[in-house]
Design a protein around this ligand. Structure first.
Ligand code: SF4
Ligand code: SF4
Length: 355
């Protein structure tokens, strides 16, 4: 029903589906493509789908993708330059024609991450045209997490597991169906078209309690306070060497992280030398070239790259965006091939500090 209404209102619908043993966001043709009856068992360097005894649609915590790839493309052209009849250079933005897109199954941590991406890409005076064009077309259907994975800690960062803000519609899945809440005018338009029966007080309360139980079930956490001073005063802590000895500098953590926004830009000149395309691709602070300045590298070893990642995410973001850059999704823990766990690293680095 929801898909039919969204499609009827002109939305291209993306949602979770099972692909290669993981739950990923793909175009949804029908509700039968949803990963019903699955939970995602996650642990450091571990992601496995297991049956959900209650056969729910959204009992899996999250997959490797958040909303990020839908707004900040992994690879895209930003502008092209060519010569006009007089031989003068002419610059032109490359803008894709983006249809309205509805994303179904968005988690609370992903909404929080999107708002951080907005703060970066839509900041005053530096609005990113490509990001903005995709962002404006989004309608977000969030889902409360009832089964957080062992890697989740969104309750400690204050970002979940119940969607708090930034959604157009929010669903809580109960045994008898869904409690649906609208969070915007766009969402209200969809809700009216769905023509649902009003939720009972018992159902609303059951949804609230389900969120509280999910929050209490989370076993990992980050300290809620600003870790800036604690981390920045330990830049020479021996733990950085220990984590560097394990880290492969593969960049998986930054690729799956819904808040990481580093990118590289490059030019692709045409063979005839008359035009050139300016491209942007995701980059990672774990890559060797990321710290390369003219003539030297400011982060020549893995120790300095891991330290850069963690201190930027949990310290520098407070200065840039007024909060930490971690929303507690746990993806960097599950998808790290050697199981490095940032909550464990933070605990080791800040041992002896006030909680
Ligand atoms: S740092 Fe890790 S847990 Fe935090 S938002 Fe990024 S991927 Fe999620
Ligand atoms: S922390 Fe893990 S995922 Fe991140 S670069 Fe190191 S090995 Fe790769």
């Amino acid at each position: 029903m929801l898909l039919r209404v969204l499609k009827g209102q002109g939305y291209r619908c993306l949602g979770p589906t099972l692909e290669s043993g993981a739950i990923v966001m793909r175009e949804l043709q029908s509700a039968s493509a949803l990963p019903r009856g699955l939970q995602a068992e996650q642990a450091p360097a571990h992601y496995r789908l297991i049956p959900d005894p209650q056969n729910r649609y959204f009992a899996w915590a999250n997959g490797p993708q958040a909303i990020k790839p839908q707004v900040f493309a992994a690879e895209e052209s930003l502008w092209r330059v060519g010569r006009d009849d007089q031989g003068k250079l002419q610059f032109e933005a490359v803008m894709a024609d983006i249809p309205p897109v509805a994303i179904i199954g968005v988690r609370a941590c992903d909404l929080a991450a999107l708002s951080l991406q907005d703060a970066h890409f839509l900041r005053e005076g530096r609005r990113d045209a490509q990001y903005a064009s995709r962002r404006e077309q989004l309608l977000l259907v969030a889902v409360q997490c009832a089964e957080p994975a062992a890697t989740c800690f969104c309750a400690s960062t204050g970002d979940g597991p119940t969607p708090l803000a930034g959604y157009d519609l929010s669903l809580a899945e109960l045994a008898e169906g869904f409690v649906v809440v609208a969070g915007s005018e766009k969402g209200r338009g969809v809700l009216v078209a769905l023509n649902l029966s009003p939720a009972t007080l018992q159902q609303i309360d059951a949804a609230r309690q389900q969120g509280e139980v999910a929050a209490a079930a989370q076993t990992r956490s980050l300290p809620a306070r600003n870790l800036r001073d604690a981390l920045m005063s330990r830049l020479e802590h021996p733990r950085w060497d220990e984590v560097a000895a394990r880290c492969l500098a593969c960049g998986n953590c930054t690729a799956v992280c819904p808040t990481c926004f580093c990118h590289a830009e490059s030019d692709e000149p045409a063979l005839d030398g008359q035009s050139s395309l300016h491209r942007r691709t995701w980059d990672s602070c774990f890559g060797e070239s990321h710290g390369h300045l003219h003539g030297f590298n400011v982060r020549p070893d893995i120790r300095s790259r891991y330290r850069q990642w963690l201190t930027h995410k949990l310290a520098g973001w407070h200065d840039q965006f007024g909060r930490s850059g971690c929303v507690g999704c746990g993806r960097c823990i599950a998808w790290c091939p050697v199981g490095i766990d940032l909550t464990e690293e933070v605990a080791a680095l800040t041992a002896g500090e006030q909680p």
